[in-house]
Design a binder for this molecule. Structure first.
Ligand code: SF4
Length: 106
């Protein structure tokens, strides 16, 4: 497990066996979805804080897809391709953030 700078100033990359995780420090709103949902992978008290091998690829991907800021991304290395045909959604979070997902322009 390692943390690498990607060349983009605010991006970090965490390489795993089956999936790599990238994290943009500037985009993160610290909503803690990742750490609360999958602490075996995302633990802010550890260095590096992300361990892509800490859970199944499916769990890592599912958690990253819930990141409300788009700070987290993944690159699967197991050959699985996914096509998402989701709906547009807006969720109002307890702290007042609006979580907007979908194919839309604002
Ligand atoms: S879920 Fe996304 S926005 Fe929330 S703490 Fe994790 S990386 Fe940051």
């Amino acid at each position: 497990m390692s943390e690498k700078y990607t060349g983009m100033r605010d991006d970090r990359r965490y390489e795993g066996e089956s999936v790599d995780v990238t994290y943009n420090t500037k985009r993160c709103i610290h909503a803690a979805y990742c750490a609360n949902r999958l602490p075996e992978v995302f633990d802010p008290k550890k260095r590096p804080w992300a361990n892509p091998d800490g859970a199944s690829v499916e769990k890592v991907v599912a958690t990253i897809e819930l990141c409300p800021s788009g700070a987290l991304h993944y690159d699967r290395k197991d050959g699985v391709q996914e096509i998402s045909v989701g709906e547009n959604t807006i969720r109002i979070q307890q702290n007042g953030y609006l979580e907007i997902r979908g194919d839309l322009a604002i």
